[in-house]
Design a protein around this ligand. Structure first.
Ligand code: SF4
Ligand code: SF4
Ligand code: SF4
Ligand code: FES
Length: 988
């Protein structure tokens, strides 16, 4: 409803429910506001936003507007109250801006001092009896500078929802506390950096900023202290005016050497975007602005794990193998050799004797060029990317049922859903920022959460129901719940009639899936399964999220299909807050497949055997294209063993340890006649290469990434490529041109122009439409309109209707037996990305998570006489690894879990070559092992400083009422007029 509010005599239109501060911020009136942050909502701790409303003093951030409200932002009483509030802030904060690393034009305390034209403090600065806390590897807390605004607490409690931070309001000297009083480095803090990002001053600072941002901040501490004393000494005489003037000049000078460049995270598929602050090649900090996906959010990797970019281990020279050893080579020599060997092998054995593997870390433009090189230059569809290892079954499940192989909505829909079901996903560690949206909705907005997982991971601990099915049985309970909904008239017949084909055939197919059958197979009680079904039926909107715990099974495609079937049966498509969300792993695994790095599809999922599609690309590329499906990653390895595949070109993919049955893969790579590996480090896979090419990471190039929610975003070049390395798109172009291609792309935007012209799904994508933080969620029509929510008007099939896909019961191919008596699950760790090639380069991460381990239950540890730190040998039918034990209550019985953060003891020495049939995605999660104790006791694999040992202190937020209840608290101006407050807001 539109309302009218009078602000300083001017009528303003507003929406009901709007906070007064948001309205005033749209007007020319300038209001101080230290604790208010639009993404945190009103936390009402600073009292600086005082205004008069209908003659009474109120906090603008804590006041909801009402029709006809009369607001005065400038009056004697208002100014006195604001001034009094800010004086109290300066009691807690020393203004030494010129020698402060936070004096970069955006310091809220500095700017408010200027705004209020403060000349002298009425309440003097008072020290607090606390030391600076430097115990976290990435940031430090200075209690002396902390103004107790509580932004950090709100961010930690209710945005990140790690619930580490609080303020001890009742203490004579309140401060921010970690786990109620622990050192940061010994607390539950996961180093996501939310708190540092929102801190309005220098109390919380990234360590990479300290001593680097200012012109004088690197001076020795005693000199700095002396300068601070001088400032304190002159302030009574000169007032703050000249001091602020000087620091403003110094802040302006910093602009000349600090660059802020927008990029998109290189790690997981959530797609967080942020500014990277740099000084020369030094990364000062990562600062999320208002990214379309993440707002102020990051996880430890996006915020702090960038040391790899400037690592001395980076490859900077092409390497050529000669007489079994690598020697350095020039770019020309290496590229000429590649072109010559590709040509020879093609002439001798045909184009299908070569294969190409694109990288999910590379840009869309690079993936596109790689498949174009394979198809248009070499003439083979032997082209794939690592979605083969993870998400291909999810795509098949969606292709079968709803048509598009992507998330059916946005992360905002997941946050909005009344019920979220997470299956086989350790979301809080693998997709951390996305998980925060679920944690927040569950904590604050009554969202219900069901988690199905073998482990009691963080999301399972938070869930209303944690299902712990027997391994590889999600398919069974999903089908049983769908059948139960139909049998009990809890489904949505009107939706099915209008929008879905195949109901009768589907009903027949799920007949075997009774509740009793499901209970027997999964070990979940009938009662619990019924409860799940009723929760789905009762929830107005349901989203299902899943990841590799589902897809990496021999029935991965079917289980993904079962989820989509369940969503159709329960009417959970076509509306905000509903739908299917396969959580894509790598930053650009979605984009790699979208842009044609697949053996069966040209860009935009257009089949290679469709003559019309081929004709369009043949005309665009001026070549004849191969028409039969090529080899996928899995088939490539078999084809090498069979002697059919002679050469591979692999970009940014640690293929030798991330593919399953690593020993078999290594044996294959050894047999290749000619292997090119392109990477930024000398990876394990490089050991099998004939030529190694040094590439550039995302910070050194331009392009686009597509995140899990089909969101295409631009990344801008932060640094020049490290001397000797080159961006992948330039390397691919150079190889193609040496093979006669005559490609001429001066910039990645030209590549995208070609993609858009040839691919209907991306017809309206242009770099201009993606400028800065703008983004588009495919499909994008020529006029630039995109689809945050898919299927608003129809499903992606010719008749516009979805399909219920019939399914049958399936069992894992590899079961435990007497010899291999333990089930081994695996997945990611929060701190590391996959095997850790990038993240181990960050010292703070290496120190806190130095190695992989195997989680075992206390019960099993007792039986096998091992404890945390004991070395054991895990032996499967395919290989063995030596690894340390971590006794954990996250796993039970004979189920083990091993994170994948190791190249030396990779989980894939143990996994098999069994696959999901439609996709050939390896069944990584169907692994049985035996465990032999090595009678060798080491340290716990998780150092004491790891956040998992911490003890969070959940609370509702800042809990400002506790501050107001202090006997010494008096609202500013409250001697004169009455203070009003509204319920503490939660920011949305
Ligand atoms: S988890 Fe740690 S880094 Fe993240 S908001 Fe909380 S205290 Fe800050
Ligand atoms: S540390 Fe927290 S409470 Fe202190 S100033 Fe920063 S955001 Fe505010
Ligand atoms: S790793 Fe994922 S969740 Fe973390 S900052 Fe990067 S994109 Fe966001
Ligand atoms: S901005 Fe801090 S109380 Fe309103």
């Amino acid at each position: 409803m539109a309302l009218t509010v009078i602000v300083d005599g001017m009528a303003q239109q507003a929406d009901s429910g709007q906070l007064l501060i948001d309205l005033v911020n749209r007007t020319p009136s300038k209001l101080p506001q230290v604790c208010y942050h639009p993404q945190l909502g009103a936390i009402q701790t600073c009292d600086t936003c005082m205004v008069e409303v209908d003659g009474k003093l109120v906090r603008a951030c804590g006041t909801q507007i009402s029709d006809g409200m009369k607001v005065v932002t400038k009056s004697v009483a208002v100014h006195a109250a604001q001034r009094e509030a800010f004086d109290r802030i300066l009691k807690n904060h020393l203004l030494y801006c010129t020698v402060c690393d936070n004096n970069n034009g955006n310091c809220v305390v500095h700017n408010t001092t200027k705004q209020l034209a403060i000349e002298h403090q009425n309440i003097p600065f008072t020290t607090k009896p606390y030391e600076v806390d430097n115990s976290n590897a990435f940031y430090r807390y200075d209690p002396q500078q902390c103004i107790l605004c509580g932004r950090c607490v709100e961010a930690c409690q209710n945005v990140q929802v790690n619930e580490t931070l609080s303020i001890n309001w009742e203490d004579p000297h309140p401060r921010v506390q970690w786990d109620g009083g622990a050192k940061i480095g010994e607390s539950s803090c996961v180093s996501c950096g939310h708190c540092v990002t929102v801190c309005p001053c220098n109390a919380l600072m990234e360590k990479t900023m300290l001593g680097h941002a200012g012109f004088m901040t690197s001076l020795p501490k005693n000199v700095l202290d002396g300068m601070i004393d001088i400032v304190k000494g002159i302030e009574p005489e000169t007032g703050y005016g000249p001091i602020m003037g000087l620091s403003t000049v110094e802040a302006d000078m910093r602009e000349s050497r600090i660059r802020r460049t927008k990029t998109v995270c290189t790690y997981c598929g959530v797609g967080c975007s942020f500014d990277v602050w740099t000084k020369d090649r030094h990364i000062l900090k990562v600062e999320p602005q208002d990214g379309p996906t993440n707002g102020i959010s990051t996880c430890i990797k996006g915020k702090f794990a960038w040391d790899f970019v400037n690592s001395p281990d980076r490859l900077t020279t092409p390497l050529i193998r000669e007489n079994g050893k690598f020697r350095e080579a020039s770019w020309d020599e290496a590229l000429d050799l590649i072109a010559r060997r590709f040509t020879e092998i093609k002439s001798k054995n045909g184009p299908d004797s070569l294969a190409f593997v694109s990288s999910s870390k590379c840009t869309n433009e690079e993936g596109y060029l790689m498949q174009k090189l394979s198809r248009a230059v070499i003439g083979t569809n032997n082209m794939d990317n690592c979605s083969r290892y993870c998400q291909a079954p999810a795509t098949v499940g969606l292709f079968r049922t709803v048509g598009y192989g992507g998330d059916s909505g946005s992360i905002g829909d997941i946050a909005r859903a009344k019920l979220v079901i997470i299956i086989g996903s350790n979301t809080a560690e693998s997709h951390p920022v996305l998980a925060t949206r679920v944690k927040r909705a569950h904590k604050l907005h009554g969202q219900k959460l069901i988690v199905s997982d073998l482990r009691e991971n963080e999301m399972a601990r938070r869930a209303d129901i944690h299902l712990h099915p027997k391994p590889s049985t999600d398919l069974i309970w999903l089908c049983a719940v769908s059948r139960y909904l139909i049998d009990n008239n809890l489904h949505k017949p009107a939706f099915l009639n209008q929008w879905v084909n195949g109901l009768e055939e589907y009903k027949k197919s799920v007949e075997p899936f009774t509740m009793e059958f499901a209970s027997e197979k999964t070990g979940i009680s009938v009662e619990t399964l019924k409860k799940v079904a009723h929760m789905i039926a009762q929830a107005d909107t349901t989203c299902i999220l899943w990841a590799m715990g589902v897809t990496q099974h021999t029935m991965g495609s079917d289980t993904s299909t079962a989820m989509s079937n369940l969503l159709l049966v329960s009417g959970n498509y076509m509306r905000p807050g509903t739908g299917a969300y396969p959580l894509r792993g790598h930053n650009n695994v979605q984009g790699a497949s979208d842009h044609g790095s697949m053996p069966n599809n040209l860009p935009g999922y257009q089949s290679v055997d469709n003559p019309e599609v081929r004709a369009r690309y043949e005309a665009g590329w001026n070549v004849k294209l191969p028409s039969t499906k090529g080899l996928d990653n899995h088939q490539m390895i078999d084809a090498i063993h069979e002697g059919k595949l002679k050469s591979m070109y692999v970009i940014g993919e640690e293929i030798s340890v991330v593919d399953s049955n690593a020993n078999y893969v290594e044996d294959a790579l050894k047999k290749l006649e000619f292997l090119v590996i392109q990477d930024i480090f000398f990876s394990h896979s490089c050991e099998f290469a004939d030529v190694v090419l040094p590439a550039s990471p995302s910070l050194e190039k331009e392009g686009t990434f597509t995140s899990t929610e089909r969101r295409i975003q631009r990344l801008y070049q932060v640094f020049e490529p490290l001397k000797g390395s080159r961006p992948d798109w330039i390397i691919i172009k150079d190889i193609a041109n040496r093979l006669g291609a005559k490609w001429n792309y001066p910039h990645p935007s030209e590549i995208y122009r070609e993609i858009a012209a040839l691919t209907p799904m991306f017809a309206g994508v242009t770099y201009e439409r993606l400028e800065g933080y703008k983004s588009l969620q495919w499909p994008v029509a020529e006029d630039g309109s995109d689809q945050p929510l898919l299927y608003t008007k129809q499903f992606f099939f010719p008749d516009g209707k979805a399909k219920l896909f019939p399914l049958t019961p399936k069992e894992a191919t590899e079961q435990t037996n007497q010899e291999f008596d333990l089930h081994l699950n695996n997945g990611r760790l929060l701190e590391h990305f996959h095997e850790g090639n990038l993240t181990y380069q960050t010292a703070g991460i290496r120190a806190n998570t130095p190695d992989t381990f195997v989680e075992i239950s206390a019960e099993l540890a007792k039986k096998r006489h091992v404890q945390s730190g004991s070395w054991v040998q895990l032996i499967s039918r395919y290989g063995q690894v030596r690894v340390r034990v971590l006794v954990s209550d996250r796993v039970t019985g004979r189920e083990l879990y091993m994170p994948m953060n190791s190249v030396s003891s990779p989980i894939n020495r143990l996994t098999s070559s069994q696959t999901d049939q439609p996709t050939h995605t390896p069944a990584y999660k169907e692994t049985s092992v035996k465990m032999i104790s090595l009678d060798d006791q080491g340290e716990s694999p998780l150092p004491r400083g790891n956040s998992r040992w911490g003890h969070p202190t959940p609370q509702s937020g800042v809990e400002v009422a506790r501050k107001w209840n202090r006997p010494d608290y008096r609202a500013p101006g409250s001697g004169l007029v009455q203070i009003q407050t509204v319920q503490q807001s939660t920011g949305d």
